[in-house]
Design a protein around this ligand. Structure first.
Ligand code: BF8
Length: 676
């Protein structure tokens, strides 16, 4: 029997600090998700969605041509069902997150909690407008209460359609109506998805997949969009802020608390508690120099973009962070939390604290978070963490910290491009129309232990910006770029292509923009809608030279996001593996079939260079369809700081010739002196 092949740390990770910790884990014989991935091949039947376990006549494994389940279900039905159930699970996760925030807003409005406030009144007014809540002669609290009530109604209202669908370009709304894809309410679409995929129900793959799109749209334009909007109301709409990213943000001499998960209601309160002078003094009384708070996964995105709290890492770094031996407590809420962290924590003094009524892990401490006692509970948790500090043993913290500027909400992008009174997407559209910016890529989603950690994210992001493609990112993908130093304006000078660089220099933005956590992918929908409405790039999201991708995806949420982006008109590429590979018909349908029907398509591509080529080809094809000039990098780069740097290094005569033309090589007034 062939010996199982274990990947080297370098094969497992493109992030040098993770390579270092994987070697450390190996030395300690500590098992992580990377080892488990190598130990256990993915089930070849489940991986391709060829297994139906929706009734007890099965599970049926459809491995031979033409084979059906006991009930007669075909491979098309089975693969479509499995895909649709992934969408339902992903949509439910985002939407439940949104519902929780709506309840918190209601509690704030009714004075049931004083630990949270309405931090962004402007956003409250904007959201009231979207939801049809009149604001005249009402107090902030009254408006907030009505907004919360209407928002909660969006999850289960008996009649009508979700209100946020009206935020899409008109043409897109027409397509949704034509194909009966407009979500009615969020819960209904998810419940109906589960119903339709029950044994003996919907057995037409196209019909099943239509409902998958409707459930996904209820996520993107419903649950996620409400989650983002209400988070902004309660915690502030993000704007650029300086921060640090990398496992090196953990402190050698302070109490380290890491918050991990998704919901800002928990993390924002932990931020407040860790800044409490009494608790800082308590930490000092235990021999620490203070308290260092950092984030993991999407929680990290939430608190770095609003509070500047450092990010320790993304999803696959959760076990490795504990392996530093420097974490007193890892506080988790919901989603993307691996059970494996408990086993790693048991080797150290680290306490894993679960806080959500929806999530417990055997072996972890459970301290349930209640919004009406939020700060009190947060302080209790922080105190517990401090109590662990004297038990800390040897530490192994990689020296890995990167500066970053996260927080490019769609509101801020509009402001950056036009100021307070003229905020608009016009300059972005103009730059794309001229060809300075070739197109836009939304690189989002997870990291996955089955592929080289951040290998795809790092390679593709670099290639895109070198090719003058503006990249926007959320979730774990954004953490990869931050660790790659691509989310600073300096990255534009050093890495971006000439056209993108000119735009970044003019506006003062990085070539890769951080737009938040995974629920914040709906911000990208808003940007695309505003670009379509601005004019010059067609009438619909499907006209824009843009591509979405999650090359290292792993979660069902990523499948829901991909599906709502496709149903909104985008071309989306996913890596890792094709979860409907069991059926060529379904694979073809979600690509060419969906493209013909609704203008967006979903493809699974596992080779980096193929993803790159297809993305650029799609962007160029969309440019051509709009009648825009062919992308030509040689036209750009004659202005801006980077160009000035090159000019200043030239001898004066050459510099003058470069600027004014060879025939006019005489000193011009105002020309800077040569550097030498
Ligand atoms: O929601 S990117 S691994 S942390 S699922 Fe999870 Fe994927 Fe990270 Fe946030 Ni999103």
């Amino acid at each position: 029997m062939a010996r199982r092949q274990y990947r080297t740390p370098e094969e497992r990770s493109a992030d040098p600090s993770v390579v270092e910790l994987l070697q450390h884990a190996c030395d300690l014989e500590c098992v992580t998700c990377f080892d488990r991935a190598d130990d256990m091949s993915p089930c070849p039947i489940g991986q391709e969605a060829k297994c139906c376990k929706n009734c007890s006549m099965g599970p049926c494994r459809l491995v031979r041509d033409g084979q059906t389940g006991v009930c007669g279900a075909t491979i098309e039905t089975v693969t479509a069902r499995n895909f649709a159930r992934m969408v339902a699970a992903g949509a439910s996760a985002h939407s439940d997150h949104g519902r929780g925030l709506a309840y918190t807003l209601l509690d704030v409005a009714e004075g049931k909690t004083t630990d949270y406030q309405i931090r962004d009144v402007d956003k409250l007014y904007t959201v009231a407008g979207y939801l049809g809540v009149a604001v005249e002669d009402k107090s902030i609290e009254e408006i907030a209460r009505e907004v919360a009530e209407v928002a909660l109604g969006e999850f289960g209202k008996p009649l009508g359609e979700i209100l946020y669908a009206q935020r899409a370009p008109a043409q897109r709304q027409d397509i949704w109506h034509e194909h009966r894809l407009t979500p009615r309410n969020i819960d209904r679409e998810i419940v109906e998805m589960m119903h339709r995929t029950h044994m003996g129900n919907d057995q037409d793959y196209e019909h099943i997949l239509d409902q998958a799109m409707r459930a996904a749209l209820a996520d993107g334009w419903g649950g996620s969009m409400l989650a983002t909007d209400i988070s902004d109301i309660l915690f502030g709409t993000p704007g650029p802020i300086q921060g640090d990213v990398g496992l090196g943000v953990l402190s050698e001499d302070e109490v380290n608390i890491v918050v991990h998960g998704h919901e800002p209601t928990l993390s924002e309160m932990i931020v407040v508690a860790t800044q409490d002078p009494e608790l800082i003094a308590y930490a000092e009384s235990k021999g620490a120099k203070g308290i260092t708070l950092s984030g993991l996964c999407c929680t990290a995105n939430e608190i770095i973009m609003r509070q500047g709290i450092p990010t320790a890492g993304n999803m696959l770094q959760q076990e490795l962070a504990i392996l530093t031996g420097a974490i007193e407590a890892m506080i988790v809420d919901v989603q993307c939390i691996m059970q494996g962290i408990v086993a790693v924590a048991e080797r150290y003094h680290t306490e894993i604290i679960t806080t959500s009524p929806k999530m417990k892990i055997e072996g972890a401490t459970h301290i349930e978070f209640e919004e009406d006692r939020a700060l009190e509970i947060a302080k209790q948790i922080v105190r517990r963490a401090i109590d662990r500090f004297p038990e800390r043993g040897e530490t192994y913290i990689p020296k890995d910290v990167h500066a970053t500027i996260p927080g490019y909400s769609h509101e801020y992008i509009g402001y950056a491009l036009g100021g307070l009174y003229r905020g608009s997407f016009r300059p972005l559209n103009d730059a794309i129309m001229a060809g300075r910016i070739r197109g836009v890529v939304a690189n989002i989603g997870c990291t996955n232990a089955r592929v080289q950690f951040e290998g795809f994210h790092r390679y593709l992001t670099e290639q895109f910006i070198k090719n003058d493609v503006l990249v926007v990112e959320t979730g774990c993908a954004s953490v990869a770029s931050q660790k790659q130093d691509y989310m600073t304006p300096e990255a534009a000078l050093e890495v971006a292509g000439p056209g993108l660089r000119e735009v970044c220099e003019t506006v003062g933005i990085p070539p890769v923009l951080h737009m938040g956590s995974c629920v914040d992918n709906c911000r990208i929908l808003t940007v695309l809608s505003q670009m379509a409405n601005e004019g010059g790039l067609g009438q619909d999201i499907s006209d824009i030279p843009a591509v979405g991708m999650a090359p290292e995806w792993m979660s069902e949420k990523a499948i829901s996001i991909a599906t709502y982006c496709v149903a909104s008109g985008a071309y989306v590429i996913m890596g890792v593996h094709n979860p409907v590979a069991g059926s060529e018909v379904v694979t073809e349908h979600i690509s060419k079939g969906w493209e013909g029907k609704i203008g967006g398509k979903l493809e699974f591509i596992t080779e980096m260079d193929e993803i790159l080529e297809r993305t650029l080809a799609h962007i160029d094809a969309k440019r051509a369809a709009l009648g825009l000039p062919e992308y030509d990098a040689s036209q750009w780069g004659q202005s801006g700081d980077a160009r000035m740097k090159v000019l200043l290094e030239m001898p004066i005569e050459e510099r003058i010739a470069a600027v004014y033309g060879a025939g006019n090589a005489r000193l011009q007034p105002g020309m800077p002196e040569a550097a030498d």
